[in-house]
Design a protein around this ligand. Sequence first.
Ligand code: XUL
Ligand code: CO
Length: 477
Amino acid sequence: MAGKILLIFLCMNVISFSVNASLRPHACAVESGGKCSESGEWKGEFFPGIPKIKYEGPDSQNPLAYRWYNAEEVIFGRKMKDWLRFSVAFWHTFRGTGVDPFGAPTKYWPWEDGTNSIAMAKRRMRANFEFINKLGIDRWCFHDRDIAPEGKTIQETNSNLDEVVKLAKELQGDNIRPLWGTAQLFMHPRYMHGGCTSSELGVYVYAAAQVKKAMEVTHYLGGENYVFWGGREGYQTLLNTDMEYELDHMARFLEAAVAYKKKIGFKGTLLIEPKPQEPTKHQYDWDAATTTNFLQRHGLIGEFKLNIECNHATLSGHSCHHDVETARINGLLGNIDANSGDAQTGWDTDQFLTDIGEATMIMISVIKNGGLEPGGLNFDAKLRRESTDVEDMFIAHIVGMDTLARGLRNAAKLIEDGSLSELTHRRYESFENELGALIEAGRASFEMLEKKAIEWGEPKVASAKQELAEMIFQSFL
Ligand code: XUL
Ligand code: CO
């Protein structure tokens, strides 16, 4: 447990304030081969030798090609790229350093100079867009603080952010947009008790100012959604915590965000991303069901949807498919942070999803949901500490994209074939009569049901056919 708690902070690997700067190269990276000028500008490509990634089909042996993701191919009347709506997560891909609680950074990307300067932020942003363009993805996600450095005052921080965001807008061109933006309310020490659930009024106020600005820049960049992940909105011990009071504060904060969204004309969806714990011992948005209940209780249900992250779902003791389905049947499936945990570890490893079965189940839900738009599939996933080549950044995204593309193909075939849904449908067949209809209409009293029970006697109970269901499912993988 102690080990787990220790891992919590660094395994998030979200931003590199904690990186041991003395281990990192300074000014222009030594390995830059003269590509980095005195002004911090970068000459030429960040990823030389890496071509634009193309679809080559399942027989390809090329690690820098798609085997299953064929952006323009139409499945169930929609292009693959429009079903999948992939997004690169800036924090993992461009701020992840490979640190863990026992070790220093392992990744020294050639364009990094070890500083958190604005020049570095801009150079990194250029690398981000070359990366996205080479992958052929149209979307990216960011936290305010991983794209631009925090200043000494709110005004200075906001102006840093404006400067970097202005460049990002230019680099986005006509096709690339943020799938979502968000405010990072968990890294800075001021947020140690939470942001909107902090016991300190000054922190609540500061968090509001930060979210206001993050919503503005997401809107400015044409973002399609805005995410609230309450990493520290929770508690470490109930002995000093008024849970009801904190939850009410959270609801008021979210109401203010809804009002501000309307005021600035932001049309994107507001999303809440559940996670049970890490970094807190208990996070209030525990899972999809808990968050749905919170939204319901506070009258926020029409204003928010959910961003389901697979590794968060597994941390809460569910499968990813379970939480995606819980969100879907409540009409709240807004976005998926498509990643995966490790079956043997109990924390958020944020690995790229490579399990074809899991991807197929997720995509069945996505198809049933009629797609995710304006949401999508965000790769909230990182290279592991030991993967240190620049090309690994591409390979990781390619395998993640191919896994979900393969999942989409399998899910479409399964749905088209119909035998699995027929098996499911058959299980409930006994309700397809007059009495079943009365029950479903809420018109069957206990007296009426008791009469039937006496008349029918002991019911016959059919097999659930679980293994057959698994056999059918597997034949489509
Ligand atoms: C942390 C996590 C975040 C959110 C955005 O576990 O998933 O990166 O997705 O704040
Ligand atoms: Co996430």
